[in-house]
Design a protein around this ligand. Structure first.
Ligand code: BGC
Length: 767
């Protein structure tokens, strides 16, 4: 392992050799408080850094939910969550959040004099990251060039920042590279993990050395969870591998404070109703759910791991951390007593609080809840040698997208995150992942709501959630049958409306829910050929209010003609919008569809009649009368002639002759910036006496800003000009109504605010 000694260090291990050189420098640069000596448990007696970026997401979610749920969300907004350095740009700060110095400075501000404070940091950018999954694949590939980048552009830069004397009073707790070494224990037979293995070992050792040299960093190596390494055949080799890697560092055992388990997983802390005993003559561990693994929970695994590590030679002073951010499993489905069944599988399934279908289900698992709040030296599991319960995975951040979302972070679509996927890794069961999930690491509000609702211990509200949102969205109308195959049927409907916004829809077939979507169309799959079904749809809002079911629509699947061939229709075009109007034209655009054999074109319908078939994703309807409104829809078609479901509709109204487009409007713009990133918020009010059937807001950024991700609307940027068009649920903007939209962006200058906004062609008052 090459040693890194070019950078000056402040650690105890090298203090003697640097003493002469360092003394005068430290005397001038160090803050008045001298750095505290190393402690055995950095959490003991310490306050904890609250990540303001995460808290802001929680507060915004609480505002939207309102009522008791909002109040419960707000009750945890000040819990400490870890800061993830998930790519090189995260160090400086990027569109997904502020950088390391911002957080460290904020921690110093939060710190009270004389009271230690810990700062929870995650090191997560190894070459070949996440070698057994796709959702968190990273920017660095498993090769020597990227290994060098990991060292010089990532670890060294982080270590240099942490080494700044301004931060020497913080206890920095570093979680080292989640899932990496555990993958080398259980998944080394796969080519990706084989390719990554040497870089994982070298990278982890390098990170440990660099962080140890800083002095006030306490490193905890990620040790997976009970349902991954608990079997003796995995746990034993894991302890040996940890030892090998740790002993390859310069400081050996001194470079680690301990291990952290359950990072971003949802294995319970404790299964209160299950013991590893016999049920009749059968060991409980032999139930299908445990597959002969006696470690039922994280209390078991940490105690087991501690013993294995100490037996390997690790000092008895090491401690364990458990990520309890999402392993609560409360809510209505939590068992309250041990099962009375004499059938082993029934007994285990009825007794376990872990409600997953399989312990390997790691992606946004449905039914999970927030677990124990962060806590130092928790009582109750003395054999586990716990230093703390920590929230490493910030609750509400996605584990991976439920569909393919292009991105520049190296993240890929892992079907373990797709709720419709039957996974061979889960004994051929559905994944149990939540639908409509964004990319790993992005805010996923419906998951957050579920986690708060299912928290265990339960979260108490204090009445500060504002008025409860008890208004259900309007009932979906206009159900329209789209494409059918022998096994599927597509339906679309008109968007519902709600006082605080519709978040999605549940689709039901013959009364049973078959899926959810945040758009206004859905393809039901797994149907029988030549059969009729009644499809209904319900809308839901951010507070979980659900509308009544729509009137049923009868759909009939195609008869199977035995011909085989391509009978999969393309996906429905999304984002249909009006991009401009004149007295005689309406211009439309939409997002491209996808299809297994490729999309060949789009059919555009005006008031239900096809007016064009084109291959582009935009169209201008001409020859219309002034001041008339038309309803447009688009369907995609593939080479075999299969037609997609409709896009949903949009209304385009030609301009009145000589008149102005609807204009009176007010825009309130605000931005919260850090380094090179910022979050922008826009409140747009229609001050006219007329409802807008669709709206387009444009503005220019004065300072080279660029939008990286938006919500509650669609954003297109050309140079400095931004064009904002509505999301499906806020297409209509009533007279006097407002819509709140937002985005993340990057900037390189002073991030000056835009000064002029235009709504449907007319300028707005800037409020
Ligand atoms: C993602 C990271 C993210 C982290 C915390 C991981 O799954 O890959 O990008 O920072 O979760 O949410």
């Amino acid at each position: 392992m090459p040693s890194r000694s070019s950078r000056p260090r402040r650690g105890a291990a090298v203090a003697a050799s640097l003493a002469l050189l360092a003394a005068p420098l430290v005397a001038t640069a160090a803050p008045a408080n001298a750095a505290e000596p190393r402690v055995s448990n950095p959490f003991a007696g310490a306050t904890q850094y609250v990540n303001d970026f995460w808290s802001a997401n929680v507060e915004a979610a609480a505002d939207r939910a309102g009522g008791d749920l909002g109040s419960r969300m707000r009750a945890i907004a000040d819990e400490p969550t870890a800061v993830w350095m998930d790519r090189i740009s995260a160090i400086e700060g990027n569109a997904d959040g502020p950088g390391l110095r911002h957080h460290l400075d904020a921690a110093i501000e939060q710190k009270q004099p004389g009271v230690p404070m810990f700062f929870n940091l995650v090191i997560y950018d190894l070459p070949g990251r996440d070698c057994y999954a796709l959702a968190s694949n990273g920017e660095l590939k498993p090769n020597a060039t990227d290994m060098a980048r990991y060292k010089t552009e990532y670890i060294d830069v982080i270590a240099d920042i942490l080494d700044d004397p301004a931060y020497e009073d913080l206890r920095v707790v570093a979680t080292i590279e989640p899932d990496s070494l555990p993958n080398l224990v259980t998944n080394i037979s796969t080519p990706d993990c084989q390719a990554s293995a040497p870089y994982y070992r070298e990278g982890v050792a390098y990170a440990l050395d660099a962080l140890h040299a800083v002095g006030n960093v306490y490193s905890y190596i990620d040790a997976a969870h009970a349902g991954w390494l608990g079997w003796p055949s995995n746990g034993g080799p894991a302890a040996k591998l940890f030892k090998e890697v740790v002993l390859s560092t310069e400081a050996g055992y001194a470079s680690v404070a301990g291990f952290v388990t359950n990072t971003a997983n949802s294995t319970p802390l404790h299964e209160p109703f299950l013991e590893d005993v016999q049920l009749g003559s059968t060991p409980v561990r032999s139930a299908s759910f445990y597959e002969w693994n006696a470690d039922f929970d994280e209390a078991d695994w940490t105690a087991h791991l501690y013993d294995l590590l100490v037996a390997e030679g690790f000092p008895t002073s090491i401690g364990m951390l458990i990520d309890t951010s999402r392993n609560g499993w409360g809510g209505a489905d939590r068992p309250t007593a041990v099962s009375t069944s004499t059938n082993l599988n029934t007994y285990v399934d009825e007794s376990r609080v872990d409600r997953r279908i399989h312990r390997g289900a790691w992606c946004n698992p449905a039914g999970a809840g927030i677990g124990e709040r962060p806590q130092a030296s928790p009582a109750g599991f003395p054999e586990s040698h716990l230093h703390a319960y920590v929230w490493v995975k910030p609750p509400g951040e996605s584990d991976g997208a439920s569909s393919d979302i292009p991105n520049d972070q190296g993240k890929r679509f892992d079907r373990m995150c797709d709720p419709t996927f039957v996974s061979p890794k889960l004994s051929n069961q559905l994944t149990g992942a939540l639908p409509d999930a964004p990319l790993a690491g992005q805010w996923f509000e419906s998951q957050f709501r579920m986690l708060v609702e299912n928290a265990y211990p339960a979260i108490e509200g204090d009445g500060t959630g504002g008025p409860a949102d008890t208004t259900a969205p309007s009932v979906p109308t206009g159900l329209t049958a789209g494409a059918t195959t022998t096994t599927s049927a597509s339906v679309s409907w008109t968007a519902s409306t709600d006082d605080r916004g519709v978040t999605g829809y549940t689709v039901l077939v013959d009364g049973a829910a078959v899926g959810t979507t945040s758009t206004t169309s859905f393809t039901v799959t797994g149907l029988e050929a030549g059969t009729s079904y009644a499809v209904t749809v319900r809308a839901r809002d951010a507070a979980g209010n659900v509308s009544a079911a729509s009137a049923p629509l009868t759909v009939t699947t195609d008869e199977d003609d035995g011909s085989g061939g391509d009978d999969q229709p393309p996906s429905a075009p999304t984002g249909l919008r009006v991009t401009g109007t004149t007295t005689s034209t309406v211009a439309l655009a939409w997002n491209a569809s996808t299809d297994d054999t490729g999309v060949t074109g789009y059919r555009v319908f005006r008031d239900g009649t096809q007016v064009a078939e084109i291959s582009a994703t935009s169209f201008t309807d001409t020859g219309l009368a002034a001041g008339t409104a038309h309803v447009y829809a688009v369907r995609a078609v593939d080479a075999a002639g299969n037609l997609s479901a409709t896009s949903g509709t949009v209304t385009g109204e030609t301009d009145e002759d000589g008149g102005q487009p609807a204009g009176a409007c007010t825009v309130v713009y605000s931005a919260s910036s850090w380094n090179t990133g910022f979050t922008g918020s826009i409140r747009l009010t229609n001050d006219s006496a007329q409802a807008l059937q669709s709206w387009t807001l444009t503005f220019d950024f004065p300072d080279g800003q660029s939008i990286t991700q938006g919500w509650s609307a669609q954003y297109a940027q050309t140079g400095s000009t931004v064009t904002v068009t509505p999301a499906a649920w806020n297409t209509t903007l009533g007279a006097g109504a407002s819509v709140e939209i937002g985005f993340n962006g990057s900037h390189s200058g002073t991030n000056d605010e835009p000064t002029a906004f235009t709504l449907n062609g007319a300028s707005c008052t800037v409020g």
